[in-house]
Design a protein. Structure first.
Length: 314
């Protein structure tokens, strides 16, 4: 994105009731979901815990000491935990704009279910998620790819309304992942590498700060686009890189594109004689026999009744 804010500071909300309840559930304790009031509360209304408020204050202290005490634009998600975090940053003279597009990813049918309940009731969906977590969306919910479209809307607004300004945004973990994907110009494979890497600096903790800038931290020269990022965990700096990293995404050659393609095995094809070729990766798939064509196949190996644009073939 050319232009846009000079500095863009993203803050994840502090630990919420929902975060705490899921942490308990991952340890086999679903106590929170025995409370009917909590179970039926919409996820947008989760409050911060005592720890979450402490994390928010720590984030605010870091921002005031190391970034700035004032910003040109202040934006926050409308979810209660984000509003509470924004207030507890204690930034002097802040005037916040509530932005609908900054809301957390919609988990659809998985909302208001504990970690254990999700595994029990939607094991097939969770297995489908394992195929590709970037594009997977729970029934009735959003994928990370969907949230990137919302983030694009926010970035476009900032380009138009906050060019050259200092901006702070309070939002959510999945939204910050989407900001990373778009601002750092990640590819799908890089997103998965980020998630698979156990390095603490790739995690986005409650109260985490992502500071993006167009200003070179060494020379102070201004780039035409956001080009540097610094990740900070204000309540435990050992859990982050806490150093400026340049965002550098070179263009790809034809050979590099082909190398990427070669990493994905081709499973289906038709040879010159019109014979179907079915390959397998897993042991179970390898025993599947090769199926030969018959009079109902065209020279391309497709049934006469279908066409390449038939949705049933996709």
């Amino acid at each position: 994105m050319n232009g846009g804010p000079l500095d863009l500071v993203l803050v994840r909300h502090g630990e919420s009731e929902g975060n705490l309840a899921q942490a308990w559930s991952k340890r086999g304790d679903d106590t929170a979901w025995y409370n009917q009031d909590f179970k039926t509360r919409h996820t947008s209304q989760y409050r911060l815990t005592t720890v979450g408020r402490t994390q928010s204050v720590a984030a605010g202290d870091f921002i005031k000491k190391n970034i700035s005490e004032s910003f040109d634009k202040y934006f926050t998600s409308e979810y209660t935990r984000a509003l509470e975090t924004a207030a507890n940053l204690n930034l002097p003279n802040a005037h916040w704009q509530v932005e609908l597009y900054l809301r957390e990813r919609d988990n659809g049918v998985l909302s208001n279910l504990s970690h254990q309940q999700r595994k029990e009731q939607f094991s097939a969906e969770l297995e489908r998620r394992n195929r590709d977590s970037f594009y997977w969306a729970p029934p009735g919910g959003e994928s990370i790819a969907n949230t990137c479209l919302r983030v694009d809307g926010v970035l476009q607004r900032l380009k138009e309304e906050a060019n050259g300004m200092r901006v702070i945004v309070v939002c959510h973990g999945n939204i910050m992942k989407a900001f990373r994907f778009r601002l750092e110009r990640m590819r799908q494979s890089e997103y998965h590498e980020m998630l698979d890497d156990d390095a603490p600096e790739n995690r986005i903790y409650n109260g985490q700060i992502l500071w993006y800038s167009r200003r070179n931290p060494q020379t102070e020269r201004i780039s035409s686009r956001i080009k540097w990022v610094r990740s900070v965990n204000p309540w435990d700096v050992s859990l982050c890189r806490n150093a400026w990293v340049e965002i550098d995404k070179p263009l790809l050659t034809n050979a590099e594109l082909s190398q990427d393609v070669s990493m994905v095995p081709q499973l289906l094809d038709v040879d010159a004689d019109g014979t179907k070729i079915v390959r397998g990766i897993t042991k179970e798939a390898e025993v599947a026999p090769t199926i030969h064509t018959d009079a109902q196949l065209t020279s391309s190996g497709r049934p006469l009744s279908s066409s390449p644009s038939d949705p049933s073939d996709m």
